[in-house]
Design a protein around this ligand. Structure first.
Ligand code: GLP
Length: 254
């Protein structure tokens, strides 16, 4: 595991964008896994800027988003697809034909989950998966629970997670769908490389438990310790509960 700590969110976003740009340069047909949420917004802005100036070429990329709410009509502005269109796909000129998304309106939910797993496998697997982390240690919509699901599945959201997502729903947690589709833990851990982004003091506890705590289904992100190529990109606030020894052992590089 590598831990990189940046002075602020802007420095983190710029370094993360460079990492994506390098991966695309090395492999123009990159299969990229993508998160939503507040955390990646600055990174997506950087990537859009790099694409606009011709410094990064997304024309060969294939993308798979981690998760989507269940039950929102197609094109609903509150859905994760609309978020990605607005923040990355349209500004960076990523054609819709290269974008894969879970369909939260599918009549056959299990079939939709199987379709997604098959599409990822058909693309040759995910080369680089970007992740955010919830304040409770969730990744995608794999919420803390006595057991975790391996593959793409229907997830029931915790009240805190619905509250954290309320921004797009007029600030009302009750308006946030109670269910979502999400890649599972094995889907996530099968990615060849993973970059986890976390900013802000409210993430510090989740980051400490995920990086330095025991593997537990109560902190789904703790299972990232099993992955051979994970980079945590943190700002100072999100890193502040990590002790110096932990930063050293984890191979902190900045
Ligand atoms: C959401 C998403 C996750 C995201 C996380 C953190 O519920 N399902 O994919 O990484 O919570 O969101 P944020 O970046 O807004 O803190």
């Amino acid at each position: 595991m590598t831990i990189q700590v940046f002075a602020n969110e802007a420095a983190l976003a710029s370094a993360a964008a460079q990492q994506v740009a390098r991966a695309l340069e090395a492999r123009p047909a990159l299969v990229l896994g993508l998160p939503t949420g507040r955390t990646p917004v600055a990174l997506y802005r950087e990537l859009a800027t790099l694409a606009a100036s011709g410094r990064v070429d997304f024309s060969g990329v294939t993308t798979f988003n981690l998760d989507e709410f269940v039950g929102l009509p197609p094109g609903d502005p509150r859905g994760y697809r609309a978020f990605m269109d607005a923040h990355l796909f349209h500004p960076a000129g990523i054609p819709a034909t290269r974008v894969h998304f879970l369909d939260g309106t599918a009549a056959d939910i299990d079939g939709e989950c199987r379709r997604y797993e098959a599409a990822i496998a058909g693309a040759g697997g995910i080369d680089l998966l970007l992740l955010g982390v919830g304040v409770n240690g969730h990744i995608g919509f794999n919420e803390p629970a006595p057991g975790l699901r391996a593959r793409t599945h229907l997830a029931v959201l915790h009240p805190g997670t619905r509250a954290a997502n309320a921004g797009a729903f007029g600030g009302d947690p009750a308006a946030v769908p109670a269910r979502a589709l999400s890649m599972g833990m094995a889907t996530i851990l099968a990615a060849r490389a993973i970059v986890v982004l976390a900013t802000g003091a409210e993430k510090a506890g989740a980051v400490r438990r995920a990086v330095d705590g025991p593997l537990t289904t109560e902190v789904p992100a703790s299972f990232l310790q099993l992955h051979p190529a994970v980079t945590w990109m943190l700002d100072e606030a999100a890193a502040h509960e990590l002790g110096p020894a932990c930063r050293r052992e984890a191979g902190q590089v900045s």
